[in-house]
Design a protein around this ligand. Sequence first.
Ligand code: WTA
Length: 632
Amino acid sequence: MAEDFNVKLEEAKYYTPEASFKEHSWIGDYNRAYREFLADPDGFWGSVAGELEWYQPWDRVKEWEFPYAKWFVNAKLNITHNCLDRHVHNQRRNKVAIMWRGETEEEERIFTYRQLFQAVCRFANGLKRLGVGKGDRVCIYMPVVPEQIIAMLACARIGAIHSVVFGGFGVSALNQRITGIEAKVVVTADVTYRRGKAIPLKNIVEEAVVNAPSVERIVILRRDADKPVELHPEMEVDYYDLMKGVERECPAEAMDAEDPLFILYTSGTTGSPKGIVHACGGYMVGTYYTTKHVFDIKDNDIYWCTADPGWITGHSYGVYGPLLNGATCLIAEATPDYPDPGTYWNLIEEYGVTVFYTAPTAIRMFMRVGEEWPNRYNLSSLRILGSVGEPLNPEAFEWFYRIIGEDRCPIVDTWWQTETGMHMVTTMIGEPMRPGFAGKPIPGVVADVVDMAGNPVAPGTGGLLVIREPWPSMMRTIWNDDDRYRKYWHTVPGCYTAADLAVKGEDGYIMVIGRSDDLIVVAGHNIGTAEVESALVSHDAVAEAAVIGKPDALKGNSIKAFVILKNGREPGEKLRNDLVYHVRMTLGPIAIPSEIEFVESLPKTRSGKIMRRVLKAQELGMDPGDISTLEE
Ligand code: WTA
């Protein structure tokens, strides 16, 4: 079973940020904040919600009928009122909300809060013109441009449910998502730019709506002014034409706190995609609170989350959370290594980014190309670094801390999921950081590492990462598949199970090992693919590694590793033996890969997770199943 593996925890090593971080942080002392939350959870969340504006207050903070929660019962609100109107009506009216940077330096657009507010109102009125209203579903399939965010907010303004589909998905994935939600309108663009190439989107949409009878209209942003694509007048309308002559003002729809705000499909590495449903009130409170406290956002911060709004990270921490806090956000249509691996560092220097949130897969790529790239730029504006998406292995932590944070910036390794909507486990600003460990549950969250019966496991013993109490931004259901929602709450009695394996240290810090579906059972021992990968990556020749289990007559499974070497390192028998020895010394003999293959790249989801399932299928000559999430 999942719980019967042990991790040899090394002696705890901490990095403690300068005392001023804690002194000036919103959260103050973590332990005190956590105790205050535990003493009165509803009071805690009620007081966070009270920092925002509501059209009608709640009768009760929450109603919990396992496994269904209602938050801010009977309250009325509109999230865009809090993202926009609230700032426009106070001293942030002329503050910059969004600085957008296209792939080339010439392409830049800046929106103050007032300008963003007006753009959202006008597009919301455009959508109304197409007959879109409260409860209708709108699919947004766009590149990373301001109009993508404007379209999301415009839907929220009028109570339509948006479902953003990452602009890199292909026809069948898009069709599956459009038909899944029965979208009335699709908002798209003629092209998306990636690595200097224009990739057409409109053709993909046209194919994807062939078997999607719900779709009435397609709104198209035409970016390529030299060659404006032709539109089919009965179905297609230009993004800017749609707004000609509309009213400037668009009153925000008063939404019930439990009305759906958006549906976001998550596919992860296994199974068919699930349409995760988030509700207006709780999602607003959860993302507002975590953006403020986990990133410790201040009014003069320049905040950059590198995630595409097509993912939950882009929803919660690229759009809603920062705008709810009135932050100035950089939005970049950038690829970390195009035109060269200095792109991100260049943007940080140029815009003076202070809070930088990215993913381990990018950090490991940067490690591989070497520190000479960041060293060419002035990164002294940085104050806080964040990581999300996968375990941040200790080597990547230390590199990020030393080379990017210049031994000065706290790193928040944030564990959470599309389903949780907001950060759940991390190390709050000012607390000592332990490399390899995400940290502790944030104030507001009751998380633990348990066995299948729900009992906490001993330090150093693996278990399942669970959440014991409801939280405001938890998903409310899976669109059209509530049974699948209930399953999350029925693996471990009384708990939400995240399907992640984790280990707790004696200090209560949580190390996330990886998905429980990425376990390999070798000779009766459960081995997490991520553990072996982390061991391989800790060898100085290795840039990245992926590990799969192969059926073995003797041991049940054997381990095969795929390894990408750092620039300048030569594959060969000697290195192969070194790596085996290294894993043996790190994890012990049961975790030794019986095969190591040196490769140039690994199959990944578009959000950067290694698709071990694809490697395994290739290896065993099987059908890889749904690969709609595979990056080119
Ligand atoms: C993994 C992304 C280790 C985990 C926000 C989770 C992490 C899945 C971390 C959710 C982290 C996310 N450390 N693992 N800091 N953050 N994960 O839905 O396996 O795209 O269950 O949400 O990513 O992925 P999702």
